[in-house]
Design a protein. Structure first.
Length: 201
């Protein structure tokens, strides 16, 4: 990909910071965002559907959770707030996104349970009980499939992945591709043009 996108490694646009506020199941969040990261001005509608319709972890959830393509950290912060016994790995190729996620986790008192990392910085021996992602569809099908082929196999044997994809951006075709790749896929919910997919082994 060329140009300055939210999936650029180092955005060239100036860091014009702003605040994004949202609520999830009674918890209010106020996070710092910036130009050069995904959905900088608001909680992305797909992410909102994912957090509303998927089965969020509870206080008893432990182990390692993965927020794949964390952006400025809304999913990471929700997971870390709810799953106090778990460690949340916030992974993104975008340096600015990682910095914002770390700062937001620190501000919310979650830094001890959040590990912010570039993809190659995640230790190979870690498996994840849950994987959460609003995947970057606009990187193109080849890169998207490569990303999922890399990370889905790192689910624990009884692990679950929660993905949200807009129907008009290929949500149904992605579901078919995952099934053809050998994964069990359930269309857990549909809302506002988005599919929430539950993926297991």
């Amino acid at each position: 990909m060329t140009g300055d996108h939210y999936f650029s490694t180092e955005p060239l646009t100036s860091a014009d910071r702003r605040t994004v506020t949202f609520s999830v199941e009674g918890d209010d969040y106020s996070l710092t965002s910036s130009a050069g990261v995904f959905s900088a001005d608001r909680l992305d509608p797909g992410t909102a559907v994912l957090l509303r319709k998927a089965e969020l972890p509870g206080a008893q959830t432990s182990g390692a959770l993965l927020d794949l393509g964390c952006g400025y950290g809304p999913i990471t912060c929700v997971l870390a707030t709810r799953a106090g016994a778990a460690t949340v790995w916030a992974v993104d190729v975008n340096v600015r996104a990682r910095e914002l996620t770390g700062q937001n986790a620190q501000r919310l008192g979650l830094a001890d349970r959040v590990r912010v990392a570039a993809p190659d910085e995640v230790p190979d021996d870690i498996t994840f009980s849950q994987l959460w992602s609003n995947p970057p569809i606009r990187v193109g099908k080849e890169e998207l499939h490569g990303m999922l082929r890399r990370w889905l196999p790192r689910l624990a044997p009884d692990g679950v992945a929660w993905l949200v994809v807009a129907r008009h951006l290929g949500g149904d075709s992605l579901q078919r591709w995952l099934v053809e790749a050998g994964w069990r896929v359930e269309r857990h919910a549909s809302q506002k043009g988005y599919r929430v997919l539950r993926v297991t082994r």
